[in-house]
Write a protein that binds this ligand. Structure first.
Ligand code: RB5
Length: 151
C-alpha cells in the first residue's frame, strides 16, 4: 500500500514521528511536504499535496497534519474521491475506514500526543473497508452527493 503524508508548521514535529512509526510498521511512506519547518506555511497548500495525490489515486491512503486537524480536513474534503476526517481516537480511525472508506486521516499536532497518534495511525493503516451492502449503499450516496456538488 502506498501512503503519503504532509503537514504545515502546526503538525510538522508530529509528522516526523508518524513517518518513523509508519516505516516501523513495514509500510512505505512518501513525505510530499516540506522537509524543514516553515513557520509561515499555510495548511491549504500543505494539505493539497496529499489530497491531490489521493484524488489522482497515486496513493491509497494519506495522512495530513496541521495544528488542530480542522483546516486539513476541510481542505482535503474539497477533492474528488477524498474521504477525510479528523480522528483523535482509535475507534474512529478504524471505523472510518471500515464503514466509510476514509482514505485520508487528519491529525492535530497540537492536540494529540505522540503515543496516541501512533496508535491512531496504526488503526487507520491496519483497517480495510468492509464490503457489506449497507456500507456500499452509503458510499454510493456519498459519491452521488459529490457528483452533484463538487464542480
Ligand atoms: C496554524 O497555526 C494553524 O492555524 C493550523 O495549523 C491549523 O490548526 C488550522 O486548522
Amino acid at each position: 500500500m502506498k501512503i503519503c503524508i504532509s503537514a504545515d508548521h502546526g503538525g510538522f514535529d508530529l509528522k516526523k514521528i508518524i513517518i518513523d512509526h509508519v516505516k516501523s510498521l513495514g509500510f512505505e511512506i512518501d513525505d510530499l511536504g516540506e522537509k524543514e519547518i516553515d513557520l509561515s506555511d499555510d495548511y491549504p497548500d500543505t494539505t493539497k499535496l496529499v489530497a491531490e495525490a489521493i484524488s489522482s489515486k497515486t496513493y491509497e491512503k494519506g495522512i495530513v497534519l496541521c495544528g488542530s486537524g480542522v483546516g486539513a480536513s476541510v481542505v482535503a474534503n474539497k477533492f474528488k474521491d477524498v474521504r477525510a476526517a479528523i480522528c483523535h481516537d482509535t475507534y474512529s480511525a478504524a471505523q472510518g475506514v471500515e464503514h466509510d472508506d476514509m482514505n485520508v486521516i487528519c491529525l492535530g499536532g497540537r492536540i494529540v500526543g505522540e503515543a496516541l497518534a501512533k496508535e491512531i495511525v496504526s488503526e487507520f493503516l491496519g483497517s480495510r473497508f468492509i464490503s457489506e451492502d449497507r456500507f456500499i449503499r452509503r458510499k454510493e450516496k456519498l459519491d452521488q452527493i459529490e457528483k452533484e456538488n463538487l464542480l
